[in-house]
Write a protein that binds this ligand. Structure first.
Ligand SMILES: [Zn+2]
Length: 244
């Protein structure tokens, strides 16, 4: 299983960058995880759009879905060019009417994800945990080839994430805020809390994403390392991880 990070920012993309998202590859299947601003452009550096197999969305905040409309137009063009016959699947939860917009004519098809059921998308088995965020949002446990990636999506601290993330090989955690903003900014984790989750869940490696545009992002790594002794790093566009 290979992870390619496409963007690292929360809220909006930085200059020539993208919001937090990544591409997963296994057995020649390509799954795009979240699709915010800048992501559609970035992903084409790593896969031809005609080889992209599916997209999954954690929630419907703009920084996770801004490029979905353009992705749908891309699939329309691919269809018209005869490069794609089946509708492109876009997975998302149904707790919001935004789900209905995931289907665009015959070009894309919305498919439901829910906490009640794990699903199989290509080689990936994925299960979900509701996070604590201003809108309904799902963390994802993604498994393939006996390896586990845990993606927190957007959340503030929630104890349920500890058993959900237990012993994951890779924890991709949001770290939207610095420790001194704890209690001021709701719905997100500090670097320290990401580290605490990594430690308490016993994960092997921690990657921080959904980063702030201000301050020294390396401080988030330091905060995490204060509580977690495993490897910690910030993600950046183009960072590739082979999960073996
Ligand atoms: Zn959000």
């Amino acid at each position: 299983m290979k992870i390619t990070f496409l963007g690292k920012y929360g809220g909006y993309p930085g200059k020539e960058s993208a919001t937090s998202a990544f591409l997963l590859e296994s057995a020649e299947f390509h799954l795009l995880v979240d699709c915010g601003s800048g992501v559609l452009s970035k992903v084409q550096s790593y896969v031809d759009l005609q080889d992209l197999d599916a997209c999954i969305l954690s929630h419907y905040h703009h920084d996770h879905i801004a490029d979905v409309g353009c992705l749908q137009y891309a699939m329309l063009v691919e269809n018209k060019l005869g490069k794609r016959i089946e509708p492109f699947p876009i997975y998302g939860h149904k707790r919001d009417s935004k789900f209905d917009e995931l289907t665009h004519d015959v070009y894309t098809e919305g498919r439901e994800i829910s906490v009640d059921q794990s699903i199989t998308i290509g080689p990936f088995n994925i299960s979900f945990c509701e996070t604590t965020h201003p809108v309904y949002c799902l963390a994802m446990k993604i498994q393939a080839n006996r390896k586990t990636i845990l993606y927190t999506a957007d959340t503030e601290w929630k104890d349920d994430l500890i058993p959900f993330a237990k012993n994951a090989d890779i924890l991709i955690s949001e770290a939207s805020i610095y420790k001194d903003q704890f209690g001021i900014v709701k719905g997100h984790l500090t670097g320290e809390e990401a580290g605490k989750l990594a430690k308490q869940a016993g994960v092997k490696q921690l990657f921080l994403t959904h980063l702030p545009h201000y301050g020294d992002q390396e401080k988030l790594v330091e905060e995490a390392k204060d509580v977690y002794s495993g490897p910690v790093q910030l993600v950046y566009p183009g960072l590739e991880i082979d999960v073996k």
